[in-house]
Design a protein around this ligand. Structure first.
Ligand code: SF4
Ligand code: SF4
Length: 129
């Protein structure tokens, strides 16, 4: 009799426990989604801040656009990332060596001036006058 009374709450508890575990799973899923969303927001703010700092540097350094484009000599580049940091328009990225997105490059020459290896030159884009 005492046992029977004892079993019922246990069964009820198990039922609640399963429900609670499901709820916990949902809570964890929600928490994970929230963390991911916040990390994405933080990344976005970070990128924006990075971009603003570059633009501040561009103004500070008084960079002037030209009709030239930057080209990297792959034999000289050591992928130090200095040019990537300096480029005010984020035209440079490192992929084994520095690479220049010619569509973004404004030919300001900041990267040329800062490269410790003399690996970048400014030249007219092929086909342009
Ligand atoms: S600064 Fe010069 S050496 Fe460094 S990544 Fe750029 S091109 Fe390469
Ligand atoms: S010249 Fe160099 S620093 Fe200037 S926009 Fe082009 S890649 Fe960037």
């Amino acid at each position: 009799m005492g046992n029977r009374k004892g079993r019922r709450p246990v069964a009820g508890f198990r039922g609640r426990a399963r429900s609670s575990q499901r709820g916990r799973g949902g809570f964890e899923d929600n928490r994970t989604r929230q963390i991911q969303a916040l990390r994405e927001q933080a990344r976005s703010v970070q990128l924006r801040l990075h971009d603003l700092n570059r633009r501040i540097r561009a103004v500070e350094h008084g960079v002037t656009p030209s009709n030239l484009k930057a080209f990297v000599n792959p034999d000289r580049c050591v992928a130090c990332g200095t040019c990537e940091e300096m480029c005010p328009v984020c035209a440079i990225y490192i992929e084994e060596i520095a690479r220049v997105d010619q569509k973004k490059c404004i030919g300001c020459g900041s990267c040329v001036a800062q490269c410790p290896r003399g690996a970048i030159v400014l030249t007219p884009l092929e086909g342009s006058s």
